[in-house]
Structure formats: C-alpha cells, structure tokens
Design a protein. Structure first.
Length: 746
C-alpha cells in the first residue's frame, strides 16, 4: 500500500459506521468507505491519477482486507497465518471509543482494563500476558514508544482520536519487532493525509461532566502531490472518580508529498499532547471491593486518596516520518522513524500494604471500614528514538512466487525516574472507606528519595521474511537476530548494572486457500524479553523466551460481507525467573527454571447477514497453568487469565421508511473469574457488562452532514473488580458512562 493511497471519506450515512473488529485475523491497509445504500463518491486511480465516479452498494460492517502490522507487507488477511484483529476508525466512532481499553472490548483473547480504570496508561492483557503500556508492548505506526526495564510511571498513552485503526497481533511477534511479550502486541496507526479529505467537527459531553471538542481536517495542493492534515482535541471535566478532574489536549499535524513521478512518497508526522489533573487509578482493599466490609461494598466512584495530592501531569511530543520509494513494479524501500519525548509528575495516596504479597488474611481494614494509607510521588523523563528500514521485493523461482522482506531496526531510550515516599505514619492519614474525610496533609514537606534511576536501553535487530505462493498454498518463513543492552545507574548508591545479550527468533506458517472461502492455517512463532538482574553467582540472566503453535481456519463467505476465524494455540513462556532453591533466611536470589503455559481456543467473527444488520462476536477459552516454579505455585493458574470470555455486539440500521437513518446497537461482555496472584489466594469474581448505542443521521443540514449519537457503556453501572495484586491493592473497572455526540462533516 502506498503511503498516499487514496482512502475514501469516512462518511456516516444511512448505514452503520462500519465496525472493523472481528476476525481473528482482520486487517486494513486502507480504510473502507462508508456510504449510503447507493451513494456516489470520488476515488482516485492510483496508477493514472485520473478521477472517476464509482458507485458502491454498502450494506453495513465490512472487514478490512489487508494487514500491515502482522507481516510489514500488504498481505491479504485471509493469507496471513496468524491471529490479528483490527478495529478501524468507523468502529471506534460507532462505539464511542475513547482509549485503547475501550477499543479492545469486543476482541477475543484480549482482557482490556487489566488493572482497572486508569487514565494514565493503556493496560490490557493478550493471551494471558501484559501487552499494555507497562509491558512496553504498545506501538505507534509500527514503532515502540519509549520503554524502560522498571515500572516507572512515565508512560505514553496517545489519544485515540488521532488513530486511523488499532491492530492487535496475537501470539509472539519478535521476528518483526524484537523484544516483546509472547501474548501479542498492539499497533496504533496514526491518521495521515488523504485525497479528498473529509472535514469533521465533533462535540461531546458525558455523564461524568466531561466536555470534549475534536476536529479532523485536511487538504491538498492544486496538483494533488502535496497533502496535509491536522487533527486535534481538547477535553476537560469530571471522571468516574469523585474529586478527580482531568484535562487533555493535543494537536497532530501531518503532511505527505509525492516525488519523482509518484515513485517516492514522504509523510511527516508530528504530535503534541498534554495531560493535567488527577489520576483515576487507585488501590481498593480486598475487603470492601471483592468481599464486603463492615457496611458492604465501596462505591465505584469513591475517592480514597487526597484531593490536593492527586495529580498526574504529562507532556508528550513526537516527530517522525514514513518514507517509501518504488524502484520498479517489484521492488521498493520503506523507512519509518520517530523521536518521542515524555515527561510526567505523578502524586497519589493509596492503601498501605505491599503489592504482590501473598497474604492469607484478606481482612486488612481496621474495624471493617478504616484504611491505612501511604503517599508517593514520581517524576519521570524519557526520550526515545526508533528507526526501521526495510526492502520489499517480488520475484519468482520456478513455480514459486516470492514476496521477500529484509530489514534492520534500531531503537534507543534514555530515561530518568525519581520516586519519593512520604515519611508519615499510615494511621495518621487513615480514611473511612464508606465516609471519606480527607486530611489535606502536605506530603511535599516529608518526602524522601525512595528510588532514583538513570537508564539507557538499546536494541538493534535484523530480520528476513519470505512469503511464498504456490498455487493455493501460502508459506511464510521469517527469522530475526537482536542485540540489546540495558545500562542502569542507581543514583542513590552509585551502583551501575549492565544487561547485554543477543536473541534469535523465528516463525513459520502455512495457509491453504480453498475456492469456497475457507483458509485453514498452521503457524509457529517465538518471542523474547530481556531479564534484568543477576543470579547468585553474579551471572546475567538469559532472555525470557516464548514459543507458540497455532492452528486455525478463516472463512470469508462469498455471498455476504464478513469473516469468521477459529483458532487454537499452545503458548509457553520459558526462562521465567523463580526463587533459587538454595536461598536461606532472607535471601532472594532467583534462577531461570520457571515456565508457564496457556492453551486457548478463540472464535471471532464479523458478519453482515443482510442489509442494515451486522454483528461482532468473540468467544475465548483459556487453560493456563504454572508448569514449573520454585515458589510453590506449580499447578496454579496464571494471573488475570479467566477460563472464559465472550462478547457480542449487534447493530441494526433502518434503511428507508419513517425510521430511515436511525441505527440501534447493543452489546454485552462477559469475563470469568480470575486470580490476582500466582498463589491463587486473591480470587476475583466474574462479571457481565452491557453496552448500547443510538445513532441518527440527519443527512444534509446546511453545508454539512450531521449525525447525532448516544453511547452508553456498562449500562447497569455494575461494580466489578478488574484484578487485585495484594489484599490492599484491588482495582475497580469502569462504571456507567453515557456520552452524547454531535458530529458535523463536510
């Protein structure tokens, strides 16, 4: 796909804004058009540059046809022997999505909001492993955000209004992206300039008192060789949590240029985003959230921090480019580059206790309603650079048709982190969980340095991939070699540590394309992540590795729009750190003999059985186990891995008659019970949530089209716990949110 490939305006007319989700292997190289039942729109001929009229008949939701994130090529989704889900812009709009957690709600194998409501970061688990901001597994345009080896709070979370789509790759993906968790990764694709750019102004207000204005506009030069786009948003107001407001604004300019008779394309991208206000992330005690306290359960809007101390301010800016040069019809060069800066200040007051401790007494409140607390502050600053250069070519050897990809990528992050804790007795700032009265204690006067780190992370990787076509057979072979190093300075004691290693990863897959639309496939893939620290002997740890076998079948019916995918997999993570069996007394040395295993079954699909009616469905069955462990957890279930998950989204648009232009949608999501620790002592109950949406297309009003919509998530305001990491650290999920939207486009 060309960087300037022509994408039709995402106009919302008499069909539902098409939701791209479903397929366990979905994808999109260019956004599908949304039009009326027989709407006429302009498209650009990519080869001749001539403009002509094309009439399209659109029913409702349509899956995308190609996916770039899974192979870094324009491989058709049906031919990709891996599980991929893509949420396109049309679906993000139709469901009223505000962040990555909400985007992934109707995707199999993905547990969104894995650490509860948190406006600081995007946190989700894919196939049982952390694939969110803290796991360093979130990409933007195929490039990693600044990352670090410790759990600092200085992270990116890009506003989803600037995204064209979200790609969720399931299973190990190290062959193309280097160090990454075995469960999968998320790639966010930025909005870039398009020909015949649609202009959008969007006004929103929600039930928490948040108001938001967003716009998306662009244009082209007279010769259409230079394009520009400007996306922006500003929001301010309340959140689900009492006494917690949040403000955010961003601007994202971009420009694209065609050079050398359209053989060279260059897209420049920039972004500046600022967050200010309070954080919605807070610890809840197990007693009072999972099990009742003295007066039952804590409301999911209760704020247990300190209003004057609750703060999360962050600045993000990035600048980069997407470059493409076509040598001839068969060979081309592509390059992606970006510099990203993040700085933040985080202050919070939370329940007193040790996160991750294997506590047997879950009743941590005094008299069943008094919570002891502690206060901390974190300052972070990071700069990350990433560069990915690749050559792609097509050629034949005998009966084999090859699509070869060869590339080298490099990334570096420099970051500083200073964590401070308040020297104040926990019972001096305790709080009543049912009737909070705040102390307004000035913690800034009693802070002491708890952690101070300066670190540089580097990674260089070379990779090679060959996609081979032989009649109806499709083969994928890939390999990669990485060099990585982590230099860390503890500024409190002056100790410097260095982690340096190499890793080889591979993957292979085969797909057979039947003429009736069925495409069974089999694949194998590997991953790695650095393991920071040393053993008892002082030797550096080897990388933590992952491997997966997956078998599945994709079905793309010829009579209706849609795709259905069924996949089964066996995923294992090896070299996991576990206790050294030679430890005595308070020794905490570790060895790399641990292993965990997840076997899963996923069904995901999007279909439009008849005009105006579409559905998205996903079902997941997990079977997780700690297979080797020296801490006494062998045979236990992994954390945050339910046995079952399921979701269903139905959308119907009236076509004609007195209700023409009205769309009604409803959805439900189920997550089975989970455990918050490997000891399986922190049990989290299952929950079921309900969503709904109403849209009405007013059609042409003046010089613009107008659409009104009302979206509601967690309709019943179900109070549920997403997970717990200790008896003093449980996290509520999002409660009911109702959002009204007025959208103007021209």
């Amino acid at each position: 796909m060309s960087l300037l490939s022509d994408r039709r305006p995402n106009r919302v007319n008499h069909c539902p804004a098409r939701l791209s989700l479903l397929t366990l292997a979905l994808a999109t190289a260019s956004a599908s058009a949304s039009a009326t039942d027989t709407d006429t729109i302009r498209v650009q001929e990519p080869d001749t540059g001539r403009t002509e009229l094309e009439t399209l008949v659109i029913n409702a939701y349509r899956p995308a046809q190609t996916i770039g994130g899974a192979t870094k090529t324009d491989t058709p989704l049906l031919e990709t022997p891996h599980s991929v889900s893509v949420i396109e812009r049309q679906e993000l709009d139709a469901r009223g999505v505000q962040n990555l957690n909400e985007a992934a709600r109707y995707t199999s194998g993905v547990l969104p909001e894995s650490q509860g409501i948190d406006n600081r970061v995007d946190d989700l688990y894919i196939r049982g492993f952390d694939a969110g901001s803290f796991g360093n597994n979130v990409m933007l345009d195929g490039m990693r955000a600044p990352s670090d080896s410790n759990l600092s709070w200085n992270r990116t979370a890009f506003n989803s209004w600037n995204l064209e789509r979200v790609e969720i790759l399931k299973g190990p993906s190290s062959v193309l992206y280097g160090q990454i968790a075995p469960g999968g990764m998320v790639n966010q694709v930025s909005k870039t300039p398009t020909l015949d750019q649609e202009h959008i102004l969007q006004l929103q207000a929600d039930s928490h008192g948040r108001y938001q204005t967003a716009f998306d506009t662009g244009g082209a030069s007279d010769d259409r060789n230079s394009l520009w786009r400007l996306v922006g948003l500003i929001k301010d107001g309340g959140t689900q949590i009492d006494d917690t407001e949040h403000q955010q604004w961003f601007l994202a300019p971009s420009a694209s240029f065609r050079l050398n008779d359209d053989n060279t394309r260059l897209t420049l991208l920039g972004l500046y985003q600022q967050d200010a206000g309070g954080s919605t992330f807070q610890f809840m005690p197990y007693q009072g959230s999972v099990i009742p306290g003295a007066n039952g359960y804590i409301d999911n809007s209760t704020f247990l921090g300190e209003p004057d101390w609750n703060q999360y301010d962050r600045n993000i800016w990035s600048a980069g480019w997407l470059f493409e040069h076509q040598f001839n019809d068969d060979w081309r060069l592509r390059q992606s580059a970006r510099h990203t800066h993040v700085d933040s200040l985080y202050r919070t007051t939370v329940g007193y206790g040790v996160r991750g401790a294997a506590l047997t007494d879950l009743n941590t409140l005094t008299d069943g309603h008094i919570l002891k607390r502690r206060a901390v502050q974190g300052e972070g600053d990071s700069d990350g650079q990433t560069l990915d250069t690749r050559i792609e070519g097509r050629f034949s050897t005998a009966a084999l048709n090859h699509q070869l990809l060869a590339g080298v990528d490099w990334q570096k992050t420099d970051w500083d982190f200073l964590r401070k804790a308040a020297q104040v007795a926990p019972d001096a700032i305790q709080i009543d969980i049912y009737n909070p009265e705040y102390t307004y204690y000035d913690f800034s006067k009693v802070l002491f340095d708890q952690m101070s780190t300066k670190e540089t992370d580097r990674q260089t990787g070379v990779y090679l991939q060959d996609q081979i076509a032989l009649n109806n057979w499709r083969f994928t072979l890939g390999g990669r070699y990485d060099w990585f190093e982590i230099d860390s300075l503890n500024r409190l004691n002056g100790v410097t540590t260095r982690t340096e290693d190499e890793a080889l990863t591979a993957r292979a897959g085969v797909t057979y394309l039947f003429d009736n639309g069925f495409a069974p496939y089999l694949s194998y893939a590997e991953s790695f992540q650095p393991a920071v620290g040393t053993s008892r002997s002082g030797a550096a740890f080897d990388p933590i590795t992952g491997s997966q076998w997956e078998i599945g079948v994709k079905y793309e019916p010829s009579q209706i729009d849609g795709m259905i995918t069924l996949a089964a997999y066996d995923l294992r993570q090896q070299n996991v750190l576990t206790a050294d069996p030679l430890n005595q007394a308070d020794e905490r040395y570790q060895v790399q003999t641990g292993e965990v295993q997840i076997r899963g079954l996923e069904l995901e699909g999007r279909i439009t059985p008849f005009a105006g009616f579409s559905l998205i469905g996903a079902a997941t069955r997990f079977d997780s186990e700690v297979t080797r462990n020296n801490d006494g957890y062998t045979g236990n279930r992994m954390i945050r891995v339910p046995d079952w998950m399921a979701s269903l989204w139905l959308d119907y648009t009236f076509l004609g008659g007195s209700l023409d232009g009205l769309s009604l949608a409803t959805g439900s999501r189920y997550v089975d019970e989970t455990y918050g620790n490997l000891a399986n002592s922190l049990k989290i109950p299952s929950y079921t949530l309900y969503d709904a949406a109403v849209r009405y297309d007013l059609g042409q009003v003046g010089n613009s089209r107008v659409q009104l919509s009302l979206n509601a998530s967690n309709l019943t305001n179900e109070r549920y716990v997403a997970t717990c990491t200790a008896a003093t650290a449980c996290y509520y999920g999002s409660g009911r949110t109702v959002m009204a939207t007025a959208r103007f486009s021209w």
